[in-house]
Design a protein around this ligand. Structure first.
Ligand code: NAG
Ligand code: NAG
Ligand code: NAG
Length: 503
């Protein structure tokens, strides 16, 4: 048989098989048994990108565990009172039998109807009706009662990290802190001093490099559009490194930071990177906790069993990692895309390589997570993929590390990478176990690191912190009002009933 003929045959066979499996899958999925759930089906859960899930279930009641095809389900969102709605919808195939549906509203609507369709049939309890006003992200319409909002959002009772961070304080004194903290840190560090008063945001900055303030402004404005915050006054560290190095037995200054460490006492918040990706999902960012779920590369058996890493030279161990990769290319593919901190010696660290799309990381089974200047802020996205994470032991942590367990959610490696090759070998020899860890990490990310959890975390943090204040938070001299954006194309009218009416 000629090569061409063989290829042709193979090709048509492949097409035939695809069609068959496509048709077969669609016909076995039960629209009635398929599951649909999530925060995006509720009017009151206002998020920059609202989202919900579909789990395909067959007629015998079994969950599908592989993709029935990207276009299996169709989602339409309509408003009975408007002919055209400005809503952007995406159905993301997670390729494990489940789908993540996300949509962004560009205006506020009343009584939205969400139709989830399998061919022409309504799925599960579709259409889902979101009664009343369905506010869009830009609408300044805070729920007056924090308690009501928390309940609507289904926020957890507590976050272990917040409890731990705040346990160091019997009380905080805004009057005193407003004097002492700028004196102690304001010259050499970049800080923001915030006061939230009557649900308005005021700020004064200290230091030279205050560009990162935009992330903090953005989350505070977004939060105050959704829920009325208690009056609260606090300092945010805009730098990479946590600042409070005193022992708990000395007088501590409460500083909010994006990264914590074993040797400091800062109060941690979700990183600016994760925060921005929540606020800008289906907006300015392309990498976020939702897009990553639909871009996890080949299925596990087809992933390359080399450990993968790309990044810049922001820490000594990263240099070691690349050296190790050059000595053991059969184990590790690690290379620099950027050199900035150290002198670049090409004979030791090889040439710089082209930037790789984050989604392409998931062509590999093993992902190495190694500190940069501080914790590597890519960990949420790595966990959300379906590769297993090899995480360097580190004194640096983000707001959720406290809840991660080694060998359950990731494979631990020593801070000096001394056991990295050994751990890769272990993963290769224990493929089933490695896969289980990959899935547990993924499950953690799916349930703890989505937008709703991030908003809950910030809210709880400010609420709990506000309770500790022993003097009145004040708008201090030199503070300016941070205004809500006024460039919204579709202004909304806010008609929330007050908390009293809810009772
Ligand atoms: C099917 O999927 C749903 C949604 O993820 C899950 O809650 C349920 O436990 C799964 N059922 C089985 C039998 O695995
Ligand atoms: C796996 O990845 C390594 C490093 O990127 C590469 O050299 C190797 O050819 C890949 N193996 C396969 C089977 O594609
Ligand atoms: C930091 O603290 C954590 C939790 O106590 C510990 O597991 C880890 O080994 C410590 N790491 C370093 C490098 O100090």
């Amino acid at each position: 048989m000629s090569v061409r003929l063989f290829l042709l045959l193979a090709f048509s066979l492949e097409v035939f098989r695809c069609e068959l499996s496509g048709r077969k899958a669609a016909s076995v999925i039960s629209p009635a048994k398929t599951l649909v759930w999530g925060p995006g089906l509720e009017a009151d859960i206002v998020l920059p990108a609202r989202f919900f899930y579909i789990q395909a279930v067959d007629s015998s009641g079994k969950n599908l565990t592989t993709s029935p095809g990207e276009k299996t389900f169709e989602v339409k969102i309509v408003s009975p009172t408007e002919q055209f709605t400005r809503i952007w919808i995406q159905v993301l195939d997670r390729r494990d039998g489940s789908f993540l549906v996300r949509y962004r509203l560009y205006a506020t609507y009343t009584d939205l109807h969400i139709h989830v369709l399998l061919e022409a049939s309504q799925v599960a309890k579709s259409p889902y009706v979101l009664n009343g006003a369905v506010y869009h992200e830009g609408c300044d319409c805070p729920q007056p009662s924090g308690a009501v909002w928390e309940k609507q959002m289904r926020c957890p009772e507590s976050f272990a990290q917040i409890t731990r961070d705040l346990s160091l304080y019997a009380g905080v004194d805004p009057d005193q802190n407003s004097q002492e903290i700028p004196k102690r840190f304001g010259q050499r560090q970049s800080l923001c001093h915030y006061t939230i008063k009557e649900n308005k945001v005021y700020v004064k900055t200290f230091g030279e490099h205050v560009g990162f303030r935009i992330f903090m402004d953005a989350i505070l404005l977004s939060l105050t559009r959704k829920v009325r915050l208690p009056d609260v006054e606090f300092f945010v560290n805009l730098g990479d490194w946590p600042l409070e190095k005193r022992k708990p037995t000395d007088k501590l200054h409460p500083i909010f930071s994006w990264c914590g460490s074993n040797t400091t006492r800062d109060i941690v918040m979700p990183t600016y990177d994760l925060t921005e990706s929540v606020l800008e999902t289906m907006g300015r960012v392309s990498l976020d906790m939702m897009s990553v779920q639909a871009n996890t590369g080949p299925l596990w058996p087809q992933k390359n069993a080399t450990a993968f890493w790309r990044g810049r030279d922001s820490r000594q161990e990263r240099l070691q990692l690349v050296k190790l990769s050059r000595a053991h290319p059969d184990f590790i593919d690690a290379a620099f895309t950027n050199f900035f901190f150290f002198k670049h010696d090409e004979s030791l660290y090889g040439p710089l390589v082209k930037h790789v799309s984050f989604f392409d990381f998931f062509k590999y089974k093993y992902q190495i997570n190694i500190d940069g200047t501080v914790a590597a802020y890519r960990l949420p996205y790595l966990l959300a993929g379906d590769s297993v994470v090899l995480k360097q032991d580190s004194g640096y942590y983000e707001h959720f590390y406290n809840e991660l367990r080694p060998w359950e959610h990731y494979i631990p490696i020593k801070a000096n990478l001394g056991d990295l090759l050994e751990k890769i070998q272990w993963a290769r020899d224990h493929d089933e176990e490695a896969r289980k860890i990959a899935l547990a990490g993924q499950k953690f990310a799916r349930s703890h690191l989505m937008g709703d959890s991030i908003f809950c975390y910030y809210y709880k943090l400010f609420k709990e912190y506000a309770r500790l204040q022993i003097t009145e938070p004040k708008v201090r001299e030199g503070m300016e009002l941070v205004e809500q954006p006024t460039d919204d194309l579709f202004p909304c009218s806010c008609n929330r009933r007050t908390a009293k009416d809810e009772l």
